[in-house]
Ligand binder design. Structure first.
Ligand SMILES: [Zn+2]
Length: 271
């Protein structure tokens, strides 16, 4: 199988990674929406299974035919509207599918047919739904954060991004560092500043990249969140009391790390 892939022309491999990204992106979009239904006050249908239920329109709940579930294409053909109720469908769905396809392809181009590509792609497929869910609903589900800890530790059992010991320390350091910051903030302002979902998500990033990468991730996320927050306040679209989706910025920092990392850079950080 590996020899067959290595013999394929680069154009075919790029197309293949893009198509895989589109299909996974479509799946992730469905998971995002169903997790949001389960965890928020969105009006839910009688029964819904995270993976097994048939696709349906988020507006009228009408079941969606297979030809209306083709990633991006169906959205464009239906001009962003449901075929049955004609109500508009959020642009986040095709954006998620396209982002997954683009990032999967870029990671492949960055690292080639390597184990690092496989690991980085898998982590990216976890980071994208976490970004979307935190951006749209301010939630970071345990189903994604805790499973990402297992994914990170499993990948680093084979020393993919860092040593296993650095990943374990990263998990603990990630969780307790944000817990400590939040506790100090609580003593100061008498309310929580960072949600527990962020603690678990930061722990997952520590499991994926090791404790050495936690500080750069935190700095990138904090600086970008501050800049966006200031911009929103200046535009009058937020106040100092508005909640910012910090997990969204942690996701972006993690994706940035995946796109800029190389195996040697990570090897330097092993314990
Ligand atoms: Zn509809």
């Amino acid at each position: 199988m590996a020899r067959l892939l290595h013999n394929l022309p680069i154009g075919v491999l790029i197309t293949l990674s893009g198509l895989i990204g589109l299909i996974i992106g479509s799946f992730l979009t469905m998971v995002c929406y169903r997790l949001a239904i389960k965890l928020t006050c969105i009006k839910r249908p009688a029964t819904i299974h995270l993976l097994l239920s048939r696709s349906f329109c988020p507006r009228c709940r009408h079941p969606i035919a297979w030809y209306d579930t083709i990633p991006v294409v169906s959205f464009c053909l239906n001009k962003g509207h449901c075929r049955h109720c004609q109500q508009s469908i959020t642009w986040l769905y095709p954006a998620m599918e396209l982002s997954t396809a683009c990032l999967t392809t870029v990671i492949f181009l960055q690292h080639g047919l390597t184990a690092l590509t496989l690991g980085a792609t898998i982590i990216c497929w976890w980071l994208l739904p976490l970004a979307v869910l935190d951006y749209q609903y301010l939630i970071l589900p345990n189903a994604l954060t805790l499973s990402l800890i297992i994914v990170g530790l499993s990948l680093n059992y084979f020393t993919l991004f860092t040593s296993f010991s650095a990943a374990v320390i990263g998990t603990l350091a990630g969780y307790f560092s944000l817990a400590l910051i939040d506790s100090l903030y609580y003593l100061w302002r008498n309310h929580h500043g960072i949600g527990q979902g962020d603690w678990k998500f930061f722990a997952a990033l520590g499991a994926c990249f090791g404790w050495q990468r936690l500080l750069p991730i935190l700095l990138i996320a904090a600086v970008s969140a501050t800049l966006v927050g200031c911009g929103l306040i200046l535009k009058g679209r937020a106040t100092l009391k508005s909640a910012l989706p910090f997990g969204f910025f942690l996701s972006l920092a993690g994706i940035l790390l995946l796109l800029t990392c190389d195996s040697q850079a990570f090897a330097h950080f092993t314990l």
